[in-house]
Design a protein around this ligand. Structure first.
Ligand code: HEM
Length: 515
């Protein structure tokens, strides 16, 4: 093995743990570290500081670091990472720079992006191994796909998905309403369910056909299995070598892939024979997309990979965004009331542009993904030597930019650990440095689905808040954990009640509640 290859493997391992994966990780095994003691100046103005690990006083020594990384990578960050712009080293292997300074980040992700390749394991983790999809493609294949796919996620197209997103929220509202008042609901599981429903309605809007329930169940197994990293991935063993976890559910995976292929070919036929009958969804857009420069289309296997990539990259991240937003609202009376008032006012108006009118709801969401960014680390490997604000970068250096650290950095934010959606409203919004807030990354490889995700989260949150009041189940302690994406450990149980119940029983209980 060449020194670079060895370095790459080590980098892959480190990137893997930083990104939230570790072999043999057990769900919910994180101990309750001391909840962040808040020492920010304007706590009274800014509200409360939601749960987060207290930074380690000093960087951890190698063994403790590896243990903590395996348990919950969020717990390994040290105070200096939140206080210094760039920290070199600190990882037990290779040369690494932990970069949380806007000018240096801009250099890596935008100005000199050609010198920084996506880290291989990050691609593997986030793209669920879909090598030909946009998330993991490289070079000319990526450039062509990005050009062709970008218009599909443009604002105008995404706005056309408003009814599909609201339709999915309606189904959820009806289901919760049937559960009756004071139902205990795992909001994290419910958010995963609604984001998959949105995926289905916006990608395959004419449905899966008669086997829909089986296909939906297979889809859940598919993404739970294929998104998991096996020890062989960490060792860099190629994809054609079978992984045990996938072997166990091989027939389900094959069933789901063949069903996706069946839906794609059926759609191709409709487009060829009765184009005006084809639904206006992501699949149709993808099959019709043509590169204006080269007249190239996305190939057959790239269509399948990208459809699967959209599901993999889009549903869990958006589900976590919604879960954290609901949790934060459950802790802040002021913002719950503000968002409720906005939903009562705006959700009755005309549908076009509805998400744009929900400005306070959106500010809550932006603040939720500042405090709990679903993708908590972005990593790159340097192809050649470089200089980052005076720090030397060598060919093969690992660059880690953690939105989690960046968004709580003391040099960049006032009261960084406090929940304060006001930061994203009016003139305060304009003061945020573009490279200090990166929930969706930046530069040529920034998230293609950010408009889609923000619109979906805004609409769904407003619709839930309009209909229900909710509080965290008493006794449940919320704790952030990083397992590929940043999520609440052990779910998010909440007690949910209709705000405006109907029927005589509901009227009677409302009288009791208000008396
Ligand atoms: C709140 C929800 C989301 C978050 C926080 C998020 C975050 C990110 C981040 C940080 C990146 C950049 C990674 C890097 O530079 O290494 C990224 C890329 C990407 N995201 Fe998202 N994402 C979200 C939703 C979505 C949705 C809904 C879709 C599609 C339906 C999507 C599709 C993609 C794709 C295809 C890429 C790769 C783009 C490229 O390399 O050209 N994401 N996302």
């Amino acid at each position: 093995m060449t020194p670079l290859a060895a370095g790459e493997r080590n980098h892959r391992e480190m990137a893997g743990v930083l990104l939230g994966f570790s072999v043999g990780q057990r769900k919910g095994s994180s101990p309750m570290l001391e909840v962040l003691e808040h020492s920010d100046r304007s706590l009274a103005e800014c509200g409360f500081s939601p749960p987060a690990p207290k930074p380690q006083p000093r960087p951890l020594k190698p063994i403790a670091l590896i243990r903590t990384l395996k348990r919950n990578p969020l717990e390994c960050w040290a105070a200096q990472h939140f206080e210094q712009p760039i920290v070199a080293g600190g990882l037990p292997v290779g040369h690494a720079l932990l970069v949380h300074e806007p000018t240096a980040i801009r250099h890596v992700l935008l100005d000199n992006a050609a010198n920084y390749r996506k880290d291989r394991l990050q691609r593997r983790v986030l793209s669920a191994g879909l090598n030909e999809g946009l998330l993991s493609a490289e070079g000319e294949q990526w450039r062509l796909q990005r050009r062709v796919i970008a218009p599909i996620f443009a604002r105008k197209t995404v706005m056309d998905f408003t009814p599909a997103m609201m339709g999915a929220a309606d189904v959820l509202i009806k289901r919760w309403s049937r559960l009756g008042d004071y139902a205990s609901i795992d909001v994290a599981a419910e958010m995963a369910r609604i984001t998959l429903d949105v995926v289905e309605r916006t990608i395959f809007s004419d449905g899966f056909g008669s086997d829909a329930e089986d296909i939906r169940a297979a889809m859940v197994t598919y993404f739970n299995t294929i998104g998991k990293i096996s020890p062989l991935d960490l060792l860099g063993v190629p994809d054609f070598v079978p992984r045990l976890s996938r072997l166990r559910v091989r027939s389900t995976l094959k069933f789901f892939e063949s069903e996706v292929d069946r839906v794609i070919s059926a759609r191709r036929r409709i487009l060829a024979e009765q184009p005006d009958q084809a639904p206006h969804d992501l699949l149709t857009h993808l099959l019709e997309a043509l590169d204006s420069e080269s007249e190239d289309r996305v190939t057959e296997s790239e269509v399948r990979s990208n459809i699967l990539t959209f599901i993999a990259a889009g549903h869990e991240t958006t589900a976590n965004t919604l879960s954290w937003s609901m949790f934060l609202l459950s802790q802040s009376r002021e913002w719950r009331e503000r968002v409720q008032a906005e939903a009562d006012r705006e959700l009755t108006g005309p549908t076009p542009g509805i998400a744009d009118r929900l400005v306070e709801t959106r500010a809550v969401i932006e603040e939720a993904i500042r405090l709990y960014p679903p993708i908590a680390a972005i990593s790159r490997v340097a192809l050649g030597d470089d200089d980052l604000s005076g720090e030397r970068v060598r060919s093969g250096s690992l660059i880690v930019i953690s939105p989690y650290v960046l968004h709580r950095h003391h040099l960049l934010w006032d009261s960084p650990n406090a929940f304060d959606p006001q930061r994203f409203l009016g003139s305060a919004r304009a003061e945020i440095d573009r490279f200090a807030y990166l929930p969706f990354g930046s530069g040529p490889r920034k998230c293609i689905g950010s408009t889609f995700a923000l619109q979906e989260a805004t609409l769904v949150l407003a619709m839930i808040v309009k209909q229900f009041s909710f509080q965290l189940k008493p006794g449940h302690a919320v704790w952030p954990t990083l397992q590929v994406t940043l999520r609440p450990a052990n779910g998010l149980p909440m007690i949910v009640r209709q705000r405006f119940p109907s029927g005589p029983r509901a009227r009677a209980s409302r009288r009791v509640l208000h008396s």
